[in-house]
Ligand binder design. Structure first.
Ligand SMILES: Nc1ncnc2c1ncn2[C@@H]1O[C@H](COP(=O)(O)OP(=O)(O)OP(=O)(O)O)[C@@H](O)[C@H]1O
Ligand SMILES: [Mg+2]
Length: 116
């Protein structure tokens, strides 16, 4: 389902991740743990194609995530970033609903959230 193959990431010449390999089978629930600055958020950004690896490849459902259209990938993958959701109060329910946004049709996209 998810294959991380020899992935490395450098930022401004500084190595952040080096030769990461991981295979996750469909239906598995995994946790990624490590000390601050270990690269957990970086690997999530690479998996969700928000950033590109410096080398190596990440395949999701047999296809390089860099080759997925943003909308198609968003239908299969939801990411809640550490940086926070929005500069206004939002319920847990609404934040989970955001993951359904890419499944809405063009006109339904305008009416979705319950603002409080
Ligand atoms: N855009 C960036 N520019 C420069 N350095 C970065 C950038 N993004 C991440 N880093 C560096 O990469 C390393 C890994 O950062 P990352 O945020 O992935 O770690 P983390 O495991 O998620 O940490 P935390 O537990 O604090 O959330 C850190 O040394 C960080 O300073
Ligand atoms: Mg992090």
């Amino acid at each position: 389902m998810l294959e991380i193959i020899n992935v490395s990431k450098q930022v401004d010449g500084k190595p952040i991740l080096e030769n990461i390999n991981l295979n996750v089978q469909k239906g598995k629930c995994i946790g990624l743990i490590g000390p601050n600055g270990a690269g957990k958020s970086t690997i999530i950004k690479l998996i969700s194609a928000l950033e590109k690896p410096s080398s190596g490849q990440i395949n999701f459902m047999g296809k390089n995530v860099q080759g997925w259209s943003v909308k198609k990938l968003a239908k299969h993958m939801a990411v809640l970033t550490q940086e926070g959701l929005a500069p206004y109060p939002i319920t847990v329910y609404d934040s989970v609903l955001m993951g359904r946004y890419p499944h809405l049709g063009f006109f339904k996209g305008k009416v979705s959230m319950t603002m409080i």
